[in-house]
Write a protein that binds this ligand. Structure first.
Ligand SMILES: Nc1ncnc2c1ncn2[C@@H]1O[C@H](COP(=O)(O)OP(=O)(O)OP(=O)(O)O)[C@@H](O)[C@H]1O
Ligand SMILES: [Mg+2]
Length: 255
């Protein structure tokens, strides 16, 4: 005859919930000792399974997001980058902006931490159970261009619409031709008030007209992007050049 413990082990396997099998006995002992009611015991067992799944899923989601490197908020030195407060970023890291389909925009010169902070928020979102996808603006546009040529642009935008957070890095380093600009506009407007974006650019919004060529379309795009957004303007010297400034400048003179 099967004992309750072997029955539980069998059921946990059948549910593909291995953690339930491994913790149920230990938690039952604790429940008896501490006088938990049935609901408290069941909740404790299920919570263990949920957190085990989140742990595994978190790593998988971080991988699937295709970050160029994994960066976290713990690695970010707010004493060097004083134009953004730790508090503002910590608040964003609570991810209310995702639930509200709001955007985050980082603007600032090279090396000021735009990509680092975008990735760190993306990693946090992935670890908390949200799907995330990272690419540069040009990679996104290429992807949409490929979909358009195959006659499935709407399908691709709909598919991306199921991902709660897209990160669009490096808007502004390379100008867009009119077709690329139209695809970028389609991406922004397809997510407007539905899903979140984190966008980084080394150019101020007033310089975006030059990147996209069409001031009217840019005005409409920026309007949608910032309507519900936290816009963070980073300032200062490049972190990459810290302590190397003299070297780099004198090196530049020599050549
Ligand atoms: N305040 C900081 N604390 C720790 N590391 C930082 C900080 N700012 C930048 N870095 C590091 O410096 C490098 C450059 O930063 P990052 O890539 O975020 O710059 P960026 O603003 O995206 O620049 P670019 O416009 O050139 O893409 C990265 O390795 C990043 O991790
Ligand atoms: Mg960058």
């Amino acid at each position: 005859m099967s004992t309750p413990a072997s029955e539980l082990a069998y059921l946990a396997r059948a549910l593909k919930a291995p953690r339930i099998g491994s913790v149920s006995g230990r938690l039952a002992t604790r429940a008896r000792e501490e006088g938990w009611d049935y609901e408290a015991y069941l909740a404790a067992v299920l919570a263990e399974e949920v957190s085990a799944r989140d742990g595994h899923g978190g790593q998988a989601r971080v991988k699937a997001a295709r970050f160029p490197a994994v960066k976290t908020l713990d690695d970010f030195d707010f004493t060097v980058q004083t134009s953004v407060s730790r508090q503002t970023i910590a608040h964003l890291a609570q991810l209310d902006f995702l639930a509200e389909a709001q955007n985050v925009v980082f603007l600032g010169p090279p090396g000021t931490g735009k990509t680092h902070l975008s990735i760190a928020l993306g990693v946090q979102a992935a670890r908390r159970g949200h799907r995330v996808a990272f690419a540069t603006a040009h990679q996104w546009v290429n992807r949409l261009g490929t979909a358009k040529r195959a006659g499935r642009l709407d399908e691709e935008l709909e598919r991306l619409g199921r991902i709660p957070l897209l990160i669009v890095d490096e808007v502004g380093y390379i100008p867009f031709d009119p077709e690329a600009a139209a695809l970028f506009f389609a991406l922004i407007s397809s997510r407007y008030e539905r899903r979140s974006l984190i966008v980084s650019s080394n150019k101020t919004f007033s310089a975006w007209a030059e990147i996209f060529g069409d001031p009217v379309a840019v005005a409409a795009m920026v309007d949608r992007l910032v309507h519900h957004a936290e816009v963070i303007v980073l300032k200062g010297e490049s972190y990459r050049l810290r302590g190397k400034r003299e070297e780099v400048l004198s090196g530049a003179k020599e050549h």
